[in-house]
Design a protein around this ligand. Structure first.
Ligand SMILES: CC(C)(COP(=O)(O)OP(=O)(O)OC[C@H]1O[C@@H](n2cnc3c(N)ncnc32)[C@H](O)[C@@H]1OP(=O)(O)O)[C@@H](O)C(=O)NCCC(=O)NCCS
Length: 200
């Protein structure tokens, strides 16, 4: 039986692989970008580096990590850190793209990140990313990962958590309302939030 455990140093290659294999609206994104490792450098590794205590993984019977949830408890502070510290540490080997090549779109996003509005960050300060390899999907591990994260966030007094899924990711849109999230905006059907405090 797989088990959930806290993230540990050394899990990074597994996070990179899982992120890649689920980054195309839930499906395998291998070959979509100029370098497959870019996905995790933006959407998984910075979270595990900055907030390892809010990262949980699913470990299989044979000791492989095949799923994770990562989280930033304070979205505004995290985005500032991403912009000021994390991305500059990566940017030296990932120069800003000069063309409009679609395969560089995510890289362009990384360079702009931290400057865009964060409409849900006041009421739902935390945000998360969750991904499971296909072998673990549909067996309750997503729900258990969310439960583990929510417990950790409550212990820290974080008042709410949100995420934005792509509207093209039908599985994700079905999943979040089943595990306690509510839609946040008719203008953005992929945005979901969960209040964690009892304060109205
Ligand atoms: C989305 C994801 C995290 C869900 O985790 P999971 O372990 O597969 O989901 P669970 O088995 O815990 O399901 C929890 C509930 O959501 C529902 N659900 C999960 N995936 C679903 C899907 N694809 N379609 C419909 N319902 C779904 C389940 O039926 C279940 O509902 P129930 O408990 O009321 O019966 C996982 O499938 C995944 O990693 N997918 C690929 C990457 C991805 O899309 N990540 C999210 C990016 S925003």
């Amino acid at each position: 039986m797989p088990r959930i455990r806290p993230f540990a140093p050394g899990d990074e290659p597994a996070l990179t692989e899982i992120c890649l294999r689920t980054a195309d609206f839930g499906a395998d994104a291998t070959g979509m970008l100029t370098d497959d490792a870019i996905w995790a450098e933006i959407f998984a590794l910075p979270y595990a580096a900055r907030h390892p205590d809010l990262a949980f993984v699913v470990e299989t019977d044979d000791g492989r990590v095949a799923g994770y949830v990562v989280c930033a408890p304070d979205t505004r502070a995290f985005e500032q850190w991403f912009r000021d510290e994390w991305w500059p540490s990566i940017a030296a080997r990932r120069p800003r793209p000069e063309s409009d090549d679609d395969r560089d779109a995510i890289l362009r996003y990384a360079y702009e990140r931290g400057a865009e509005p964060m409409p849900f960050a006041d009421e739902y300060p935390a945000h998360l990313h969750i991904d499971l390899l296909p072998e673990l999907q549909g067996q309750g591990w997503g729900r258990r990962l969310i439960d583990a994260l929510v417990e950790a966030l409550r212990e820290r007094g974080v008042e709410g958590v949100h995420l934005t899924a792509s509207v093209e990711n039908a599985g994700a849109l079905a999943f979040y309302p089943r595990v306690g999230f509510a839609p946040l905006s008719p203008d953005d059907p992929g945005a979901f939030g969960m209040r964690l405090s009892t304060r109205p």
